[in-house]
Design a binder for this molecule. Sequence first.
Ligand SMILES: Nc1ncnc2c1ncn2[C@@H]1O[C@H](COP(=O)(O)OP(=O)(O)OP(=O)(O)O)[C@@H](O)[C@H]1O
Length: 250
Amino acid sequence: MAVLPTTPPVQLDDLLFSWQPVQPVLDIPTLTITPGEKVFLKGPSGSGKTTLLGLIGGVLVPERGHVSLLGTPINQLSPAARDRFRANHVGFIFQMFNLIPYLSVLENVLLPLGFSPERRQKLAAAGQSGNEEAVRLLAQLGLSDPALLARPVTALSIGQQQRVAAARALIGRPEILIADEPTSALDSDTREAFIRLLFKECEAAGSTLLFVSHDAGLEHLFDRSLSLAELNHAAVTEAAAMQEDAVCHC
Ligand SMILES: Nc1ncnc2c1ncn2[C@@H]1O[C@H](COP(=O)(O)OP(=O)(O)OP(=O)(O)O)[C@@H](O)[C@H]1O
């Protein structure tokens, strides 16, 4: 089991973000995620879950407020420094996996190491090569057939591709793992088994997990469940405005 640091992996303060002028999608006074936590984030379609993950991952920049990852205020970094920070410290599992179709399974899993000196150093410090760790992770996630490794990733089933995407996010033990509905294409038994494997690897690496899903049946597996509607004052304001309208028109 990894030794956990004390600095929050994710700290949001006074966060405001709009896609359109003066129509905030997110207005979040504060959110702290503690080291090693496994957090389930829920909210209706269109409520801003993916937008929030983009802000936490440093892909988007808020118009106001602070996004601090591992004590680093990432929205104050230059775009290039933000990209480097993300590559070193954040693993993403996307809903559509975003695997590179012309690369093999092994090449896809190894990809983040090419962008991240820190992930390479962590493996080197543990005496592991990238290849060894990729093979270990894939086996842990249920892809142990060596014949699969050289296969183009597009020759795999959806469930197998999802495991490749998880191994790619986990390689080099990033401190933060962000998963955006990675199980939506799977049946419920496979979903739960996949999440348990993901937890096991996160615990071994000391990674903090932020997992977005519509599937309320998965919520009980996590340390904490966050409702975006409760966190987000923009949504509350919208609901309140609708209520006010209803009162006015009676
Ligand atoms: N690139 C974009 N440009 C403009 N508006 C956007 C963009 N991406 C999202 N939005 C808008 O922001 C709001 C939140 O979208 P977002 O994708 O974050 O929601 P979500 O909760 O992740 O939805 P879902 O569960 O359906 O994936 C929606 O109203 C959406 O139309």
